[in-house]
Write a protein that binds this ligand. Structure first.
Ligand SMILES: [Zn+2]
Length: 246
């Protein structure tokens, strides 16, 4: 799925600046978002050029270096944590403002693409659409966060007590090394916005903030059967596999 630049950036500005699901665009922010388009495209190209397939430690380190530099350039205090499992550091950037609410923006730096994919699927621009490995999932989201923060900073917006940006590097392999850090930090915030891709406008029929999405989890089930004599008392037995299937 290609990345739709304009609607994503505008949705972020509306959601971040008001902490509500949707609001009419602020004229000043709207024109700043339009003016930011070339810079956002440039950021996307730079990020897609850094291959960061999940579990690819060297690629993920380069991607984290890039994102860390960008967050610092925006004035955030950045903490870089080793993931507790998997590969890919967890970046936590923080800004303190003068408002009351605590906001958190999250996105992941890893992609589903193996190193070398760029050679067969290079970055391609076609009108207002960009194509490249990981561009919609979720480097587009990372770019939107970076440029939304730049626009809001330029506008002097500080109506938050705390603004936290978290980037993890193992979402595509289950967030096993970052999930707990994300959940703990999210609990400390009033609003958490995730920059996963949403359906293209043609399918979603609207532009806005998605309030829920499908997810996946891993769990281990321990199912025990009950032994019984197959001839004398089969009705007392329980087959663990059959019980699990039910
Ligand atoms: Zn994703």
């Amino acid at each position: 799925m290609p990345f739709d630049l304009r609607s994503s950036l505008l949705a972020t500005l509306a959601a971040t600046a008001t902490a509500s699901a949707w609001a009419a665009p602020d004229a000043r922010l709207l024109s700043a978002a339009r003016a930011a388009e070339p810079a956002l495209i440039q950021s996307l190209k730079e990020m897609v050029a850094i291959e960061s397939g999940t579990m690819d430690a060297p690629g993920l380190a380069r991607m984290a270096d890039y994102a860390e530099g960008r967050l610092k350039a925006l004035g955030l205090q950045v903490e870089r944590r080793k993931a507790s499992a998997n590969n890919g550091d967890v970046l936590v950037g923080r800004l303190s403002g003068s408002g009351k609410r605590k906001l958190m923006l999250i996105a992941h730096l890893d992609t589903i693409y193996w190193p070398g994919t760029l050679s067969s699927q290079p970055i391609k621009q076609d009108g207002n659409r960009l194509y490249g490995p990981g561009i919609a999932d979720a480097k587009g989201g990372v770019a939107v966060i970076l440029h939304a923060l730049a626009i809001l900073r330029e506008a002097g917006w500080q109506d938050y007590a705390q603004l936290t940006v978290l980037f993890n590097g193992d979402e595509e392999s289950g967030s096993g090394g970052s999930g707990e850090a994300i959940a703990t930090l999210a609990d400390e915030h009033d609003v958490v916005l995730s920059y996963e891709p949403t359906a293209a406008k043609e399918f979603a029929k609207t532009e806005g903030v998605l309030l829920a999405a499908a997810g996946a989890t891993l769990l281990t089930m321990d199912v025990k059967g009950r032994a019984s004599h197959a001839g004398a008392a089969p009705q007392l037995g329980r087959n663990a596999l059959v019980e699990l299937a039910w």
